[in-house]
Design a protein around this ligand. Structure first.
Ligand code: URA
Ligand code: SF4
Length: 183
């Protein structure tokens, strides 16, 4: 673990710790405020993110941006990262060996950001951060506190594209996050 961003960022350059390095175009490290109160964790880059090197810039990201605008959240005031930093081919889910290889980077990001609140976007983020015993359908919308950090599991923005009803849940969950962030 590194106690500063420079060394952490340097350590991931040209990372070949898992097989996703063979097919990626760019490592998608994370963006935003480096000491944000609120951190968002997604699953992994898609095609647009892989092309740009930035998380949530594709279709799902646009939807997340719309929710942010509605709620007055500014991208540059939060920190956004993913469980795996390189795109799984054909947008398949990351495999366990890939998640395990990549997770230390994310853990280090959480240590450096020191967020009050972590929003877990979907099942992959939830299971990797809080444990495989959690399921997104029952965990979403409920706070979990661990070592002084409050975790809010919610739907992955891509799920909102498939199911309109989930948009309402997503907005409600983020409203709870904003409410708690004020304290
Ligand atoms: N989906 C994710 O989980 N992360 C991204 O960065 C983009 C889409
Ligand atoms: Fe390294 Fe993570 Fe990319 Fe795998 S996904 S090559 S561990 S940065």
């Amino acid at each position: 673990m590194f106690d500063n961003w420079e060394e952490l960022e340097k350590s991931i350059e040209n990372c070949q710790k898992c097989k996703l390095c063979q097919t990626r175009n760019n490592i998608v490290f994370g963006v935003g405020k480096k000491d944000a109160d609120i951190m968002f964790i997604g699953e992994g880059p898609g095609a647009d993110e892989d092309a740009k090197g930035e998380p949530f810039v594709g279709k799902a990201g646009k939807l997340m941006d719309m929710a942010f605008t509605l709620l007055g959240i500014k991208r540059e005031e939060v920190y956004i990262a993913n469980v795996v930093k390189c795109r799984p081919p054909f947008n398949r889910n990351p495999e366990q060996d890939e998640e395990q290889a990549c997770l230390d980077y994310l853990r280090n990001q959480v240590l450096l950001v020191k967020p009050k609140i972590v929003v877990l976007l979907g099942s992959v983020a939830l299971k990797n951060i809080l444990g495989s015993e959690y399921g997104i359908t029952s965990a979403r919308g409920k706070w979990v506190e661990k070592k002084g950090i409050y975790y809010m599991p919610t739907w992955h923005p891509a799920a909102l594209l498939r199911d309109e009803n989930k948009k309402i849940d997503f907005i409600k969950d983020l409203e709870m996050v904003l409410e708690k962030a004020k304290i």
